[in-house]
Design a protein around this ligand. Structure first.
Ligand code: FAD
Ligand code: DHB
Length: 393
């Protein structure tokens, strides 16, 4: 087995791993990023689209936001729809002028990969059989295969940025982590359509048939979601059926949902999940490796970014000042934000989805809550400050 060494070994080249690598690079700290998929797959995995202002600021400070500033679409509000009417939540007005930016996660990932390659720093795709070892010691190791060769990477610290299904979290000895979770009895069927968005702002729609979301990726690309079964077979839905469901759930008087060719469709499950602590020994978990939120509320990517900002700052402090205090606080610092986002995402999800098996009482409560948010400035402000992202550290 060939032996290599680095300061920070990063497992996973999603938004968390790539951003961490970039922040460390800017601080002069070495890292190696290991990714089990190929570059094309990672760059085209369609997921999030809403960036909080702090995420935009972080990517700007990291020097990877040129295209984001050119092509990202700044939004100042969202719309909530229920009882056949739309109600605008003026996010910026209610949350100190803060905004959100629509820019696909695929594009964030492409920009980060391009920057890493431009810097000629190690980012290995298609690694196999990744495992982490000796995380309780001062020289934790990552073993993996690459180009037919077996390798061992000795590190000072390992960052587990390998998502919910990764290998890092399960490598932590049994009994160390507490986990908290909630499954939801529905999923989202998402499409990317080659048609200009039919509305200037995102629409979160409550409907007796189920939730629907109108979003976008660019002035010519729409992104739309409908509530479906948790284990929905996407092939059961023809394009016509998808558009019909969207028309029904998003339709309001005097407005037209424009249809176009569907370029991509997929189903995503809905889950809330947190492990505590987000660290064991020299292994630090970040992003989806440590926590999952249901997508209503658009928090997942933004939480991943917030984690690696805290982790990068703590590592810089450790290397520069020789002080481990911020690293020791990493988990607690992140978990405060994580739990706020968990609550917000659960709340948005519960308020907007049709509850299978639910009764008229459930429905009345949802509508009352939606009406409250739509008519009370304080209730709307609470939604707004959570949606644009709270300052918590
Ligand atoms: P991932 O993006 O999962 O990256 C982990 C990486 O690790 C992957 O590249 C994976 O291939 C790699 N990996 C896994 N196992 C291994 C291994 N053994 N060895 C090496 N590499 C490995 N969030 C928002 O903030 N806003 C939104 O609008 C939003 N919308 C969403 C819509 C959908 C349909 C979905 C599915 C998610 C959405 N999210 C949203 C959530 C967001 O996409 C995730 O939270 C985000 O991808 C987390 O980033 P990450 O880097 O932690 O994990
Ligand atoms: C998108 C995804 C979300 O989860 C959300 O709440 C808003 C927008 C999107 O993919 O555009």
């Amino acid at each position: 087995m060939r032996e290599l060494r680095t300061q920070v070994g990063i497992v996973g080249a999603g938004p968390a791993g790539l951003t961490l690598a970039r922040l460390l690079e800017r601080a002069g700290i070495e890292s190696v990023v290991l990714e089990n998929r190929d570059r094309d797959y990672v760059e085209h995995r369609i997921r999030a689209g809403v960036l909080e202002q702090r995420t935009v600021e972080l990517l700007t400070e990291a020097g990877v936001a040129g295209r984001l500033h050119d092509e990202g679409i700044v939004h100042h509000g969202i719309e909530l729809q229920f009882d056949g009417e739309r109600h605008r939540i003026p996010l910026s007005e209610l949350a100190d002028g803060r905004t959100i930016v629509i820019y696909g996660q695929t594009e964030v990932v492409k920009d980060l990969i391009a920057a890493r390659i431009e810097s000629e720093l190690p980012l290995l795709f298609e690694v196999g059989d990744v495992s982490v070892h000796e995380i309780d010691t001062e020289q934790p190791k990552i073993r993996f295969s690459h180009d037919g060769e077996r390798l061992e990477l000795e590190c000072d610290v390992i960052a587990g940025c390998d998502g919910f299904h990764g290998v890092c979290r399960p490598s932590i000895p049994e009994g160390v982590l507490d986990s908290f979770s909630r499954d939801y009895p529905f999923g989202w069927l998402g499409i990317l359509a080659d048609v200009p968005p039919s509305n200037d702002e995102l629409v979160y729609a409550h409907n007796e048939d189920g939730f629907a979301l109108l979003s976008l990726r660019s002035p010519t690309l729409s992104r739309l979601y409908i509530q479906c079964e948790p284990d929905e077979d996407v092939d059961r839905w023809s394009d016509e059926q998808i558009w019909a469901a969207l028309q029904k759930r998003l339709g309001v008087e005097g407005w037209t949902l424009h249809e176009g060719p569907i370029l991509e469709k997929g189903v995503t499950g809905m889950r809330s999940f947190v492990v505590e602590p987000m660290q064991h020994g020299r292994l630090f978990l970040a992003g989806d490796a440590a926590h999952i939120v249901p997508p209503t509320g658009a928090k997942g990517l933004n939480l991943a970014m917030a984690d690696v900002r805290v982790l990068a700052e703590a590592l810089v402090h450790w290397y520069e000042a020789g002080e481990a205090r911020l690293l020791e606080l990493y988990s607690d610092t992140c978990l405060r934000r994580v739990w706020r986002a968990e609550h917000f995402s659960w709340w948005m999800t519960s308020m907007l989805h049709r509850i299978p098996g639910g009764d008229a009482f459930d429905l009345k409560l949802q509508l009352s809550q939606l009406r409250y948010v739509a008519t009370s400035r304080d209730a709307a402000a609470s939604l707004a400050e959570n949606y644009v992202g709270l300052e918590l550290e």
